[in-house]
Design a protein around this ligand. Structure first.
Ligand SMILES: [Zn+2]
Length: 204
């Protein structure tokens, strides 16, 4: 299977899916905290934006965007499946999925934006992470190093679990809706001197 075929297959799998209650809760937190809330994700499915999140840093790109291999212009394209060998409107070169492929480096600008948010946050929620894919796996450690409260929401214990101030075991789709309507989330974020919240959504 070529990379193009693989991503078309993933598009067809994901196209009928909608945001879950966890995605909706994260969007609600952003509405409450506005610019103080940043969502960092390893997911490429775009479901967080469909739920209403706008301040989203996608470490691994987005399945619903394509990028020119020459001029690097990024286009949104929700066609499924993508036509074979689509061309860039600007320069005519080939378009490829705007996704970080296995073995490729993460975009340094994207990574810098994530670290800036992480190093300035008061509360970081690490949600649904296996704790094995770098650099996301160590982002909780980085937030803690810069003084954040780090909360972990996951089905099972993961590596680095000793760094978490708060650890909640369970499904993010059930826990996040209960957190988002609690004033505590807002208060924790706003009472601290560094007024920024980062939610690091690491897997679906
Ligand atoms: Zn181009």
């Amino acid at each position: 299977m070529t990379n193009g075929e693989f991503y078309n297959w993933r598009r067809q799998l994901l196209a009928p899916l909608g945001p879950n209650p966890g995605h909706t809760a994260l969007a609600e937190m952003e509405r409450t905290l506005s610019a103080h809330f940043t969502l960092v994700t390893q997911n490429i499915d775009g479901l967080r934006q469909r739920a209403g999140s706008t301040n989203v840093i996608e470490l691994h790109g987005n399945l619903w965007r394509v990028r020119c291999i020459r001029c690097r212009k990024v286009y949104e394209d929700k066609t499924s499946p993508l036509p074979p060998l689509p061309a860039c409107n600007s320069c005519g070169a080939l378009l490829r999925p705007h996704v970080v492929w296995f073995g490729e480096s993460l975009d340094p600008q994207v990574l810098n934006a994530a670290y800036e948010a992480i190093q300035n946050c008061a509360l970081m929620m690490v949600i649904g992470a296996s704790g094995t894919v770098q650099p996301a796996a160590s982002m909780g450690v980085e937030a803690k190093r810069y003084g954040a409260t780090v909360a972990k929401i996951n089905l099972e214990p993961t590596p680095f679990s000793d760094i978490y101030t708060i650890s909640i075991m369970g499904k993010s789709g059930e826990i996040l809706p209960r957190l988002s309507c609690r004033h505590e989330v807002r208060n924790v974020a706003l009472l601290r001197s560094k007024q920024k919240t980062v939610s690091c959504k690491l897997s679906s």
